[in-house]
Design a protein around this ligand. Structure first.
Ligand SMILES: *Cc1c(COP(=O)(O)O)cnc(C)c1O
Length: 360
């Protein structure tokens, strides 16, 4: 069996080492005689997996002691609602920066809970850049400021941390969490669906500063209240145990690979290879402002869109799949998360060069 290079935006490729370990442990986890999926979530075996995953994530990201790590369900999309439900609480307004499809969805969801102020938008240039902070019209009385740290569809990424003073900064890091070191203390809340850069779908991670939990009125419904999950170590009800187990294996894999600084280096190398090739070519192009390009999701178009299908067919024949762009933007998109090896990006660039030569 040979593994293909999977450029999917999510659910995305996982490290082969992790999948092999999970396969080995599938029928009999550490001599307990059954699989992780079959464990009681209150038993000591599963509890050890759960605690280790939280400990490793805390270490990898350098999460300070006054932040809680939550393992939840409902994806990043449920966080679009849990965030305003928990953080607005009588505070009136939240500030949102609009950088593309995912911020748009977050903004729409928040409007159901209170007043939303769009403090900056990249709509004027079709969401191909991050509006510089000098142009944001922040409200010092806002409950929080929300950004999408990496727009998975548009391929636009924040390469700086906004300064929001005393107003908590909230970031959707679904598609770039663990791709580089982050100063968590600059954020009030960080959240991410797991299926891009962490593990299997079914798990969402929330890292929240303690003082933002359980304050103000009205109190959200029990399952939507962060306090419920903080008070119960993410075990108020059955957590997505197998997804947490695999995420834990990914955290250990990241530690073996040298942590997030090492990841950043290799991610920059991978993205650099692809963008350098795109930039010297007139056959392919990427529309995003150079300073704001994502190192995780690289959209590109062929100058002649009539060749798209042939390009995708040829890629598939060479073992490279899921390169078709999001239905809303068309063209191509290569998602090159932590688990995509450098050889995968090299194979893609080699193929792009070959295709260009034979079709230009
Ligand atoms: C995929 C994605 C989401 C939605 O995630 P779900 O887990 O499907 O709810 C939200 N934000 C960003 C940035 C994403 O990439």
């Amino acid at each position: 069996m040979s593994r293909i290079f999977n450029f999917s935006a999510g659910p995305a490729a996982l490290p082969e080492e992790v999948l092999r370990q999970a396969a080995e442990e599938m029928l009999d986890w550490h001599g307990c005689g059954h699989s992780v999926m079959e464990m009681s979530h209150r038993g000591k075996e599963y509890m050890s997996i759960h605690e280790q995953a939280a400990t490793d994530l805390r270490e990898l990201l350098g999460v300070p002691a006054n932040y809680k790590i939550l393992f939840l369900q409902g994806g990043a999309t449920l966080q679009f609602e849990m965030i305003p439900a928990n953080l607005l609480r009588g505070l009136g307004t939240a500030d949102y920066v609009h950088t593309g499809e995912w911020s748009k969805k977050a903004i729409k969801a928040a409007k159901g809970f209170g007043r939303v102020n769009v403090v900056a938008s990249a709509e004027d240039r079709n969401f191909t850049y991050v509006p510089p902070q000098s142009q944001w019209k922040l409200d010092p009385a806002a409950a929080y400021v929300h950004i999408c740290a990496n727009e998975t569809i548009g391929g636009v990424e924040f390469h700086y941390t906004p300064e929001t003073g005393a107003v908590p900064l909230v970031a959707d890091m679904s598609s770039n969490i663990l791709s580089k070191p982050v100063d968590v203390s600059k954020y009030g809340l960080i959240y991410a669906g797991a299926q891009k850069n962490i593990g299997p779908a079914g798990l969402a991670i929330v890292i929240v500063r303690e003082d933002l939990v359980g304050v103000g009125q009205p109190v959200p419904p029990t399952m939507l209240d962060y306090k419920t999950h903080v008070d119960n170590d993410s075990m108020y009800n059955t957590p997505p145990t197998y997804s947490i187990y695999i995420a834990g294996l990914v955290f250990q894999w990241l530690k073996r690979k040298g942590g997030l600084a090492a990841m950043q280096q290799i991610n920059e190398q991978k993205a650099g290879l692809l963008y350098d090739y795109l930039d010297q070519s007139s056959f392919y192009s990427n529309p995003v402002a150079k300073s704001d390009r994502s190192r995780m999701n690289v959209p590109f178009v062929l100058a002649n869109a009539a060749l798209d299908d042939e390009f995708l067919k040829g890629a598939k024949a060479r073992g490279m799949v899921q390169l078709k762009g999001h239905r809303s933007v068309g063209g191509m998109r290569a998602s090159i998360y932590n688990a995509m090896p450098l050889e995968g990006v090299r194979a893609l660039v080699d193929y792009m060069r070959e295709f260009e030569t034979s079709h230009a």
